[in-house]
Design a protein around this ligand. Structure first.
Ligand code: RUQ
Ligand code: CUA
Length: 658
């Protein structure tokens, strides 16, 4: 995003200057911190927020869970990042989640969370989110709030027009930002035009367990595919993607990709392509990508490399893909709750464009074409236009809907949220954001049934809104009440990384299904220890496996002898608790990867390489009980080749290994 707007930098700076003095004044007048605003966001101690907001962590690769309206942070879910707090990506069980065809990549840039839907309404089962840099789509299970699946997207680059779901979660869609040679090859960059391809990937989602699988990949012309949204209601079965750089420039895009008066929204009839594929259509092509799945019962992830993908070329399925001309490098691509209007936000355009789905079908039917691009028909602009919002602001990005006939669009350059009316296209209200808003979110705002009570603006620039914390100021979200004719700014709260986009949902849809603990009898971990009596230490050459349990307030075994310098020691630790909110931690002095935080009924593993002889302690890292400080043990390390046998203490008694 930042580079896209470089050419507008001067205007941006100017508008910032204006918004910080001009709007700052009106802010005080309208009393953003007036007592009524304070009351609207106050959630009394012990009470619950009305909504969950899943806010992407941008370059942190995480997903943060906030309550709305309070703005309280409940959890940070690591997705494309390692997380010391949860040992995700550190413990042996979750390392495979971050495997890719490029090896272990414990970082990514995550942008667009989207919640699963049934019949066009949020069902609260899963959140999907994209990793842009090394293209991946992840799924987070909302019973555990853990990342349970990551699928890599081959032939894609800068996976940005992702990860949006169709209205029955038939598919989660991933679109490439950068076009690249397909298949990848060594070729001059100057020969980009006509030779690079843009892959749009449709990943099927199993309706029962949510299992993801790449169903097909459409090889589109070499444009940049920016954002996307599914059709819904009457337009269910279609998917819409904004494109920019239809010029197919390969350098200095800020100038060279802004030449065309109109770029396109690509309208994809995925139902038609699905039918083609189900009847044996498409070409199987060799590829290489990772599919990583976390199993809740083994508490372990596995990574499988896949070597084939089904490619569909637009010319294979005539009548499935059309281009909708849309002014000036459109960024956001949003579909209203009825499925009739497709909103394209031309970043450099003077107006917001709304296409009509009904008119689009009629134009297709009547063959109202304006030429073609790489064999894909371009529909006549006037034939499909529903209307335009005139002079709404500068630098439109994204639009969400309140379900009452209103739309809300963010304007990066003029730094505001603008409320306008679907159908009449008139501007109803505008409120400044502090500053330079990117996405905005209304819970359910991208479904048939939005919950139009609040809009959350996610800002790129914070400046003076918080106490300074060195050169880096946390990025910021702002909450507005949208129940009245005019919006009212209620709250600022800090976010993690870049709050790129968010998905919100009424808490009631999720909280009843939230898991309290894992059942010990269902634990199928390879190294589970289900009772203290089964705890043991097993040597196998220089590998030592410790089968350990934890319960308030001790480990079994606690003292272990017979370990030698040069051993590879595996701590497989099972938390025997069967109660809500009783994790235990374990850390070992000198352990290089991590400490663990283990949920009730769960088993996790870390490795320890003892380097020096001596007696070395381990302890519980989570304050679990009044006797938490007593929860500890020792490992005696002897020289390599020592005759000290493996022994350990269980329940205070010394036990010999088998
Ligand atoms: S984009 S700020 Cu990465 Cu979602 Cu528009
Ligand atoms: Cu267990 Cu502290």
């Amino acid at each position: 995003m930042k580079t896209i707007f470089k050419s507008l930098f001067a205007i941006t700076v100017l508008s910032l200057v204006f918004s910080s003095c001009g709007n700052g004044g009106s802010d005080k007048k309208s009393g953003a911190l007036s007592s009524s605003a304070a009351e609207k966001v106050y959630v009394a101690p012990g009470e619950h927020d009305e909504f969950y907001a899943f806010v992407s962590g941008g370059f942190s690769g995480q997903l943060a869970v906030y309550g709305l309206p309070s703005g309280r942070l409940f959890k940070v879910i690591p997705v494309f990042s390692v997380d010391a707090e949860k040992a995700y990506g550190f413990n042996e069980e979750t390392k495979p989640m971050l495997n890719t065809s490029h090896g272990f990549i414990p970082w990514d840039d995550s942008h667009h969370p989207d919640i699963s839907q049934t019949a066009g309404e949020l069902d609260g089962r899963w959140v999907f989110i994209n990793g842009n840099n090394t293209p991946r789509i992840a799924k987070i299970d909302l019973t555990t709030f853990e990342t349970t699946e990551i699928i890599e997207i081959p032939n894609s680059a800068g996976n940005h027009s992702s990860s949006f779901v169709t209205e029955n979660t038939e598919y989660v869609v991933a679109g490439t930002r950068f076009s690249v040679p397909y298949p990848q090859k060594d070729m001059p960059i100057a020969e980009y035009k006509g030779n690079f391809k843009g892959a749009l990937t449709f990943i099927s989602v199993d309706p029962e367990d949510g299992g993801m699988d790449i169903k097909f990949q459409i090889m589109m012309p070499g444009f940049n595919y920016d954002l996307s949204h599914p059709g819904r209601g009457k337009s269910h079965g279609w998917f819409f993607f904004t494109t920019y750089n239809t010029e197919e420039a390969n350098s200095l895009l800020e100038v060279n990709a802004s030449q065309n008066d109109k770029d396109f929204i690509a309208a994809i009839n995925w139902k038609k392509i699905e039918e083609y594929v189900n009847n044996g259509g498409g070409t199987k092509a060799p590829t290489n990508y990772a599919h990583n799945v976390y199993d809740e019962h083994t508490h372990t992830a596995t990574s499988t490399m896949k070597d084939e993908i089904l490619i569909v070329n637009p010319s294979d399925v005539p009548g499935a893909i059309y281009f909708l001309p849309t002014p000036k490098s459109p960024h956001g691509c949003d579909v209203d709750p009825s499925g009739e209007y497709i909103i394209g936000s031309g970043k450099l355009a003077a107006e917001l464009t709304a296409h009509s789905f009904t008119k689009m079908l009629a134009a297709i039917e009547g063959e109202k074409f304006d030429g073609e691009a790489y064999g894909i028909p371009i529909l006549q602009y006037e034939e499909i236009l529903a209307g335009a919002v005139k002079q709404p602001g500068l630098g439109p990005l994204h639009t969400e809907f309140d379900g009452k006939g209103n739309a809300y669009t963010t304007f990066f350059i003029s730094s505001e949220v603008v409320k306008w009316k679907l159908g009449t296209w008139e501007v109803i209200d505008r409120k400044p954001t502090y500053y330079s808003v990117g996405h905005l979110m209304i819970p359910g705002g991208n479904s048939r049934k939005p919950f139009g009570k609040y809009v959350l603006a996610m800002n790129k620039i914070t400046k003076d809104r918080y106490l300074p914390t060195g050169p880096e100021v946390t990025q910021s979200a702002q909450l507005y009440d949208i129940t009245g004719e005019k919006m009212e700014l209620l709250l600022d709260f800090p976010t993690i990384g870049e709050p790129h986009y968010a998905a919100g949902i009424p808490a009631d849809i999720i909280k009843a299904n939230s898991k309290k603990f894992f059942k010990l009898e269902e634990n199928k971990h390879k190294y589970v220890t289900k009772s203290e009596a089964d705890a043991k230490v097993v040597r196998d050459g220089n590998e030592v496996h410790i089968y350990m349990t934890m319960i308030r307030s001790h480990f079994a075994p606690d003292n272990i002898e017979g370990i030698q310098v040069g051993d590879e020691v595996f701590f497989h630790v099972t938390n025997l608790e069967q109660d809500y909110d009783v994790p235990h931690g374990i850390s070992m002095i000198g352990a290089q990867t991590s400490e663990l935080l283990i949920m009730p009924g769960q088993t996790e593993t870390f490795k320890w390489y003892p380097k020096n002889v001596g007696v070395w302690p381990f302890y519980c890292t989570d304050f679990c009980s009044a006797l938490h400080q007593e929860m500890q043990g020792y490992v005696r390390v002897s020289p390599k080749g020592s005759s000290v046998p493996i022994t350990f203490t269980l329940d205070g008694d010394a036990v010999d290994a088998e």
